[in-house]
Design a protein around this ligand. Structure first.
Ligand SMILES: *Cc1c(COP(=O)(O)O)cnc(C)c1O
Length: 390
């Protein structure tokens, strides 16, 4: 098959929900992908923050292949040793009490929403069910997580939505104070809005949100689907802010390429979701859990996290020294850069020249594999510089 054939078959058989770059990828190693014609690409996107250990990391391949050959799936009606090993590591690494395992970010957030509402229902009865989220947030594509997403443009066509979400402007605590009247059970936010354009939340604001939630028994849900599991140089981005959510969701990078997500909760919420209140046929799949367990073994390690922070500092410096880049934002290896040119157009040209790079709103977005080498970073930056110079 050649690229044109792939393109044609995609057009004929797959719903056109994605604007795709002009490349079909077939293999990869480390931060280098190979297309159908054998051309190589440096990857600054890790999918979208998913391939946290790059393509086909040897240890990860071994961990998932061994599990695959042993047992690929069992129903959650049965116990699974690999599932509990992964869950224990995840709870220990993040400091949360219990996990619900699922397959994606949206599903993890669905669980978080149900959990916050049930906690409130059990304690206060019905009617205290509203959730405040932030303007420009992104929490998923299911009807309820889209309802939680504070971007009107994404809401077109799909009404009616799940009720009970209210969007407020970020970084102004008086706005939240006014919104946090009766009937609120949770506040849900990202430490760095990812899809929203790589926009870190203010430190003092997040502290104040935590205090307000404590005072009113409102659950703080932090969506770490994009920021979590080492992406920002810590296991969770909330550690940078010295606060802890009541409920946190992770997905993207935790499986290093397999569908895996989790909703994590503190002690207070550990037994709110009783038998029969929630579930997932595929959730906590043994192969995905074997991958997740391997990811945590590698990433939850001070030396590995330190290397992420060193690479981050170096990458920030390099990006700031590029004349066409106006602003650089983010933490760890989750970085946004503003340019005067059209980001989508620059990203397409980078792909043509052998660099896979993402955008977020009008910004270039960098989410390279956490173990990318300096050599790969340099080669990718050279391509970006040459494209920006044209
Ligand atoms: C990607 C993302 C989601 C949705 O994850 P899916 O796996 O696509 O369902 C939710 N929240 C945030 C912050 C994300 O970046």
């Amino acid at each position: 098959m050649d690229f044109n054939k792939v393109k044609l078959m995609e057009k004929e058989n797959i719903m056109p929900t994605y604007g795709r770059f002009s490349v079909a990828l077939v293999s990869g190693k480390g931060a280098t992908a190979v297309d159908i014609e054998g051309k190589k690409y440096i990857d600054f996107g890790s999918g979208i923050g998913v391939n946290s250990l790059g393509y086909c990391d040897d240890g990860w391949v071994k961990a998932v292949s061994e599990q695959m050959a042993k047992l690929q799936h069992i129903s959650n009606l049965y116990y699974s040793p690999i599932q509990v090993e992964f869950a224990e590591k995840l709870c220990k690494a993040t400091g949360f009490s219990k996990a619900f395992l699922c397959n994606s970010g949206a599903e993890a957030n669905e669980c978080a929403i149900k959990l916050a509402r049930k906690y409130s229902f059990d304690k206060y009865g019905s009617g205290r069910d509203k959730i405040i989220t932030l303007v420009n947030s992104f929490h998923g594509r299911t009807v309820t997580t889209l309802s939680a997403t504070g971007q009107d443009a994404m809401h077109n066509y799909f009404y009616p939505f799940t009720e009970g979400f209210e969007y407020i402007k970020a970084n102004d605590i008086s706005v939240l104070e006014n919104a946090a009247k009766d009937g609120i059970c949770a506040v849900m936010l990202e430490c760095i809005q990812g899809e929203g354009g790589i926009l870190p939340i203010d430190k003092d604001y997040l502290k104040a949100v935590r205090e307000l939630c404590n005072k009113n028994d409102i659950m703080l849900i932090i969506d770490e689907v994009q920021t979590g599991i080492g992406r920002t140089g810590k296991i969770l981005a909330q550690e940078h802010f010295n606060i802890k959510a009541d409920i946190t969701t992770v997905a993207k990078g935790i499986g290093a390429g397999l569908p895996l997500g989790a909703c994590l909760c503190n002690d207070n919420l550990a037994n709110v979701m009783s038998a029969g209140t929630h579930g997932s046929t595929f959730g906590g799949n043994p192969v995905a859990c074997a991958g997740g367990k391997y990811v945590l073994d590698i990433v939850n390690n001070p030396e590995f996290l330190n290397e992420i922070n060193e690479k981050s500092e170096w990458l920030f410096m390099q990006l700031k020294s590029i004349p066409q880049i106006k602003e650089v934002r983010g933490m760890g290896l989750m970085i946004g850069a503003d340019i005067d040119a059209d980001a989508k157009d620059i990203a397409s040209k980078c792909v043509e020249n052998g660099l896979l790079i993402l955008t977020a709103k009008a910004s270039l977005r960098f989410l390279p594999p956490l173990n990318i080498t300096y050599d790969e970073l340099k080669r990718g930056l050279d391509i970006l510089k040459s494209v920006l110079e044209k």
